[in-house]
Every structure is written in structure tokens, then in C-alpha cells.
Design a protein around this ligand. Sequence first.
Ligand SMILES: [Zn+2]
Length: 325
Amino acid sequence: MELNFKRHRRLRQSASMRSLVRETYLHHEDLIYPLFIVEGENKKNAVASMPGVYQVSLDLLPAEMDEIAALGIKSVILFGVPAEKDSTGTGAYHDHGIVQEATRIVKEHHPEMIVIADTCLCEYTDHGHCGVVEGAKVLNDPSLDLLAKTAVSQAKAGADIIAPSNMMDGFVAAIRKGLDDAGFEDVPIMSYAVKYSSAFYGPFRDAADSTPQFGDRRTYQMDPANRLEALREAQSDMDEGADFLIVKPALAYLDIMRDVKNEFNAPLVAYNVSGEYSMIKAAAQNGWIDEKAVVMEKLLGMKRAGADLIITYHAKDVAQWLNEK
Ligand SMILES: [Zn+2]
């Protein structure tokens, strides 16, 4: 019997041959490490639902940044956990707010480090929503003014990139105009363009103390069932002047990532969210999986799906593993 078939195993026969034909790699440059900055002194609070993740106070930030830089990580995204909150999130756009101060400290100690400022109100509002609230409603347009103000104060503090996450319509347009009018036309916007209303955000809300006090975020974050809506959201943000597009979460949305990558010519960022991190940590602590192998495979999958950059709580571990190679 004469068989006719293709021998795919030829290209898998040795480690050298496999590395010769490998299509996707993870690099230090791909990693963005999220940091939670808390008020007070000498604080390093473990986040119970995210093993290995801490809230750190400003005085401990230089040492934290030394460690991050020494591992080879090139960029961080900052989240503030203010001591006081109010109905309009004043702390978000105060010139000496927690993220603004943290930005100054990072840039002073590590000027080459890219500082991405998360731009939202939910960590600063007493109701925990991402915008201005009237009754049970989150108002769109009044929230835009406060977001633009927040972005400008972050740029003033030295942030290299503004990352608006609140999913109000027109937020990129409002922030772009705010930055331009204030003389920050060179500061790029990394938009949370495609952000789903996801149960995978649970542990983050412990870390950032930002759980909504009433209702949920489904009137502004996207329905997980929708795919075409992601393209409409990304299109709007591109039209309004976004320089980077984020898809969040990552793991359950790799198809969306590929769609956005195919459709838009902008650097694509995967947000590997807290729940995705904590599941792996929990399984690894139980000895059920090989943490390193699973994390590397997961992040490689995000790059293969089209991500150019990955915001991930695993960044320190991954940088360390890459250094050991
Ligand atoms: Zn928010």
C-alpha cells in the first residue's frame, strides 16, 4: 500500500530544530507590571486573594522599583488606593494624589521606566463606580470632564502613557483634547478599548478597594456574549485618537484579541487580569499544576492571539524565569 502524507514531525525532532521554527516568543519588553500604591508609611499589605501581590506605600516604592528594574521589566501601570474617598473621586485628579506622587517617585529613581497611569475614578469614589453618579445612574458626559482632569494631572506628574479604563463613551476624545490643550500632545493614550463586565476582576477589587457599593458595571462595561461590539468599541477609540488598544480580560477573550489585531493597526495590549492570576496561584499552591509551565504557556497564547504587550501580575516571575534561561 502506498501512503501519501506530510511528515510534520521532521520539524519537531530536536530542541534545536524546534527553536529554529518557533513562531512566538516572550520578552521582557512585553511585560507591564501593575502596582497598587497605598497611603501611609512602611506599608506592604499582602492582597489575600492574589498571593505574591502587595499594596505598597510611597516610601517603599523606590526599593520596589529597584527590584522591578533589576529583573529587566521596562514598564509599570499604577493604581492608587487613597485613604479618603468622596462622591466625585477628587483624589483621582488632585495634583498630589497618590498616583501623581507615585509617578514622580518612579520617574525620579528610574527615569527610563515607562510609567502608565490608570485613569479612572472607581478607586477614588465612595460609591465605587467609574464615573459621576446621580441616583442609581452613572452619568456619561459629566464623568468625561473629571477623566480629562485626571489625565492632565497624571501627565503633569510625569506619566509616560495615560490608560483610561472607565468605559464612558467619548473618553478617548475627551482625554486627547484635555492633554492637547494642556500641552501634552506627545503623551500617548493606551485605551481600555474592549473591556468586558467580567467576574474575573474579583481579586483586583480587593487589591484596589474598588468594589461598587450598589449595582454593577454592566451599563458601561461590555457584555461577554458580544464580539462585534468589541470592534465597534475599538473603532471609536481609534477614531478618537487612541495609540494603544487594550483587550480585558485576556484568557476568555483570545478570539476577541485576534479580531482586534486583524482589524486595527495599533499596538495591542492584553490585560491578564487578577482572576486569571489567582486561579493559577491557587492551583500551584495545591501542587495541582506546574506554575511556571502554565504561566509561560498562557502568556505565549496571548501573544499568539495578537497581543504585543501583556499587563500581568506574573511579570516579576516571568522576568525572573526569562533571566534564568
Ligand atoms: Zn473604574
